[in-house]
Ligand binder design. Structure first.
Ligand SMILES: NC(=O)c1ccc[n+]([C@@H]2O[C@H](COP(=O)([O-])OP(=O)(O)OC[C@H]3O[C@@H](n4cnc5c(N)ncnc54)[C@H](OP(=O)(O)O)[C@@H]3O)[C@@H](O)[C@H]2O)c1
Length: 307
């Protein structure tokens, strides 16, 4: 079994089959394709607003919205989604040029914008629905890092780390979830971090934001358990992307070793296909996370040696 394969019902938490889908509401968008699957589905009918010029053709392919798609993991998710299935990709990032490059390479539609504000998140949800009529899969991946002592962290940076890593996924889910629940299908993937499972020294606010995503997912899963909507959390360790350069502090630890963004992208796609609850990348990182929960004293002794 490879690092990416997960035994159903074990620690990666494959979700139980969802409840049968209720019929779509009158005049609603109709049944949506199952998240990330290739099977042909009926085309959505009766979408409300007329399509704007930049709209994609309304086909039965699942609509996948990926944030943080202009770089690193998000760009790799876009490439992999395109390579492995018939999907309509909506891609968000701030850097228009890089985002346009990823969109061109993956056949997706660029929806540039800043997610650090409530209006930016609302605008993205609105544009996604205008462009494609619905969102079947949300991959909330945009994120920024910060390393340094908490005491001296500039308050504006603290706000930004929380806004991008934690608040923006919550806002996007808040905007897009009701329609998924109405359709009786949909999938939310939250890209967190192992830092959100164990807490990393010098990354307290980043860890808090990612930890918040993990418990948000656990909580939300309870709420939607009979709705046909699935929630996955992907927790990468260290990934070889411009993330560290952008946060202004290189990665210095010996372990975990950086993995390519493509491995995380593969995990994201698999989490959607198998409706996995929680996926660590690489998989062995679930061990310190479990150890912290089950034997905290031992975990803290080991962690302080590796720090
Ligand atoms: N790299 C790692 O070692 C690692 C480990 C664990 C978890 N993660 C998580 O994985 C996710 C992707 O990170 P990455 O490694 O791919 O880093 P990256 O290459 O720096 O990509 C980050 C992405 O987030 C976008 N973004 C940042 N701030 C934004 C904002 N205010 N509004 C909209 N988009 C914004 C960036 O857009 P622009 O570039 O266009 O600004 C970029 O597309 C993040 O959530 C990160 O926390 C990364």
């Amino acid at each position: 079994m490879s690092e990416w394969e997960h035994e159903p019902g074990r620690d990666t938490g494959t979700l139980p089959e969802p409840a049968p889908r209720p019929p779509a509401p009158e005049g609603g968008p109709g049944p949506a394709p199952e998240s990330g699957r290739r099977a042909a589905r009926p085309a959505p009918g009766g979408s409300a607003a007329p399509a704007p010029e930049h709209s994609l053709p309304r086909t039965s392919a699942p609509v996948v919205l990926v944030t943080g798609a202009s770089s690193g993991i998000g760009a790799a998710v876009a490439r992999r989604m395109t390579a492995t299935g018939d999907r309509r990709l909506l891609l968000n990032g701030r850097d228009r040029k890089r985002l346009a490059g990823v969109a061109a390479a993956s056949g997706g539609t660029a929806l540039p914008g800043d997610l650090a504000t409530a209006e930016g998140c609302r605008a993205l949800a609105r544009q996604a629905l205008e462009a494609a009529g619905r969102v079947d899969v949300l991959v909330a991946n945009a994120g920024i890092g910060y390393e340094g002592p908490f005491e001296t962290m500039p308050p504006s940076v603290l706000d930004e780390v929380i806004a991008v890593n934690l608040t923006s996924p919550l806002r996007l889910v808040h905007a897009l979830l009701p329609a998924m629940v109405r359709r009786g299908s949909g999938h939310v993937v939250l890209v967190a971090s192992v830092a959100g499972a164990v807490g990393v020294g010098g990354e307290s606010v980043y860890s808090a934001a990612k930890g918040g995503l993990c418990v948000f997912a656990d909580s939300l899963r309870h709420e939607v358990r009979t709705s046909g909507v699935s929630v996955s959390v992907v927790l990468p360790g260290v990934v070889d992307t411009p993330f560290f350069e952008r946060r202004g502090a290189p990665y210095r630890r010996r372990v975990p070793r950086p993995v390519p963004a493509e491995r995380v992208a593969e995990a994201v796609c698999r989490a959607v296909e198998r409706r996995q609850r929680e996926v660590f990348v690489p998989r062995w990182l679930r061990i310190p996370a479990r150890l912290r929960g089950g034997a905290p004293a031992l975990y803290h002794r080991m962690a302080s040696r590796l720090a």
